[in-house]
Design a protein around this ligand. Structure first.
Ligand code: SF4
Length: 196
C-alpha cells in the first residue's frame, strides 16, 4: 500500500501492522465483510445487508474456519463500535443513494461541505475547537448542558457532528438554528429574491 506520506492509505498503518488495532474502528472490524444499511419503500425501519469483499491481499479468505455474521460481529466486539459508527453510515448511505437517485436538485455536495463532513466526523480536536471557538453556538440552539457535555465527551461531540451534518446535507431537523438567526436568514433570502 502506498499513500502520499509513504505510510499507506491509512495514517495508522505501520510496517508492523495497525498501530491502533485494539481501538480500530467498526469498518476495519467488519472487513472483509461489507455492510449496507437501507430502508426499503415498504419497510418501517432500516435493515442491514452484509456481503463478502474478496480481495487478494486479505489472507482471511484462506482460513478454514467458517462463521455466520452474528458470531463474527460478537468476536469483533462490533456492538459498541457500531453504536458510534451508525450516524456516519447513515449519512454515507444517504449520500450514496442521492448520487444514484439525485439528491435535492440532484446536486453533489460542495467541496467545502465535504471538507466540513470529514473534519466533523474524523477530527475530534479540530471540530471541538470549531464548535467552541467559532460562532457555531451563537447560531445553533444548543443547551448549556449539551455544551458542557460536548466539552467533556468525544461521543457527545460526534453525535453533535452527525446531527449538524444531517441538517446541513439533508435539511433534517436534527439541530435548530436560533430563532433570531433563522429570521435574519429568511429576511436575507427574501431580499435576495426581491420580495418586500
Ligand atoms: S485496521 Fe483500520 S485503522 Fe488499522 S491500519 Fe488498517 S485501516 Fe487503519
Amino acid at each position: 500500500m502506498g499513500g502520499n506520506d509513504g505510510r499507506g492509505p491509512c495514517p495508522f498503518s505501520t510496517p508492523d501492522g495497525c498501530s491502533v488495532y485494539d481501538q480500530r474502528p467498526a469498518t476495519c472490524r467488519y472487513y472483509p465483510l461489507g455492510m449496507v444499511s437501507m430502508k426499503m419503500k415498504d419497510m418501517e425501519t432500516k435493515e442491514d445487508f452484509f456481503f463478502l469483499v474478496k480481495e487478494d491481499h486479505c489472507q482471511g479468505h484462506c482460513e478454514s474456519k467458517s462463521q455466520n455474521v452474528g458470531d463474527y460481529r460478537t468476536e469483533q466486539q462490533l456492538e459498541e463500535y457500531e453504536r458510534i459508527n451508525r450516524g456516519w453510515v447513515d449519512i454515507l448511505m444517504k449520500m450514496a443513494s442521492w448520487k444514484v437517485l439525485g439528491g435535492p436538485g440532484g446536486k453533489e455536495p460542495s467541496l467545502q461541505t465535504k471538507k466540513m463532513f470529514f473534519t466533523a466526523t474524523t477530527d475530534v480536536d479540530g471540530f471541538r475547537a470549531f464548535v467552541l471557538g467559532s460562532r457555531f453556538l451563537e447560531a445553533y440552539d444548543v443547551s448549556p448542558e449539551a455544551v458542557e457535555l460536548i466539552k467533556a465527551s468525544d461521543d457527545a461531540l460526534l453525535q453533535l457532528a452527525f446531527d449538524w451534518m444531517k441538517n446541513v446535507l439533508f435539511n433534517e431537523p436534527t439541530i435548530m438554528l436560533k430563532e433570531q438567526v433563522l429570521k435574519e436568514a429568511i429576511a436575507r433570502v427574501r431580499t435576495d429574491m426581491g420580495a418586500a
